[in-house]
Write a protein that binds this ligand. Structure first.
Ligand SMILES: Nc1ncnc2c1ncn2[C@@H]1O[C@H](COP(=O)(O)OP(=O)(O)O)[C@@H](O)[C@H]1O
Ligand SMILES: [Mg+2]
Length: 279
């Protein structure tokens, strides 16, 4: 089952969760374009991106390597500026990083000289983070550690952690700021299959508990089918959003993936016809 991206009425997912999706849009991107300039040349990385994310919605972004997925995500996070277009969050135009949008990368990027607790606290020391008192700060860090099941490893150093644990610290560091939307760039792709499945289950639990919206870049169709309410395919050069699918089964979905075989095949065929593969 697929819908064309420009079919805006159908572009909004039907409620597939027990808690129906709210009607309003949390994140709205209009006509977003970005180019990189070097001494000798200018390269358009993505162009005219329109994207809406509703509260509590999980949107997965698939696409060939180099089509601009990471550039789009870092632009949404305010870590770099767009050349054209607008990013609106909860009705306001965003022009700089905002604590309501958290970001997580494939590499956990932990500071090796800081303990787990301090690495998580780092998410609260950024300029854009809300200013908190000492007790509230401590409470928020402990809560974030509990969310990812690392309350007993709070005093460990990054070198003492497995890959999955390090990614959980990275997740806690993003969550500690209580974001309304989590932007995730291939967050589990460096993990082994079992650890990855554990992280996907953890993310689903967090989404259900905290009701955050998520935009997740992945190269793994199965990951998108497990997690997403909607799957967007990005392609071309400069990158654009070329196709959209709604995943028609409510969560928990893991035991029902066999029902998505047709959709999986369709995504795979579209990917192979639009590119040589995904990143
Ligand atoms: N900071 C940058 N400066 C110049 N070119 C960049 C920069 N970041 C990415 N690119 C280029 O932009 C293109 C898209 O990169 P990226 O957003 O990482 O794509 P994807 O995540 O889809 O693989 C690539 O050709 C990459 O080399
Ligand atoms: Mg990338």
């Amino acid at each position: 089952m697929y819908i064309e991206f420009n079919n805006t009425e159908a572009a909004f997912p039907q409620p597939v969760n027990d808690c129906p999706l709210a009607v309003e849009t949390l994140l709205e991107v209009r006509g977003l374009s970005k180019q990189y300039r070097s001494k000798n040349r200018t390269v358009k990385v993505f162009e005219n991106i329109d994207l809406q994310v509703r509260p509590h919605e999980v949107v997965c972004l698939l696409g060939a390597s180099g089509c601009g997925k990471s550039s789009l995500l870092t632009t949404l996070a305010g870590l770099q500026t767009a050349d054209a277009g607008e990013i609106c969050f909860a009705g306001e135009t965003l022009t700089k990083p905002d604590p309501r949008l958290g970001i997580m990368f494939q590499d956990p990027c932990l500071l090796p000289w800081l303990r787990v607790r301090q690495n998580v606290a780092f998410g609260l020391t950024l300029d854009a983070a809300p200013k908190l008192g000492k007790t509230e700060l401590k409470q928020q860090i402990e809560t974030a550690l509990q969310w990812v099941g690392l309350q007993h490893s709070a005093d460990a150093y990054p070198s003492q952690l497995s890959g999955g644990m390090a990614q959980r610290v990275s997740l806690a560091r993003a969550l500690v700021r209580n974001p309304d939307i989590l932007l995730m760039d291939e967050p589990f792709s460096a993990l082994d299959a079992i650890t990855r499945l554990g992280m996907q289950e953890l993310l689903l639990k967090l989404i259900a508990d905290r009701r955050s919206a998520v935009v997740l870049v992945t190269h793994d169709i199965d990951e998108a089918l497990i997690l997403a309410d909607r799957i967007l395919l990005m392609g071309g050069s400069p990158g654009r959003i070329v196709k959209e699918w709604i995943v028609p089964i409510r969560q928990p979905r893991l035991q029902q993936l066999h029902r998505l075989i047709d959709l999986r095949m369709e995504i795979l065929e579209t990917l192979s016809s639009s590119s040589a593969g995904v990143s």
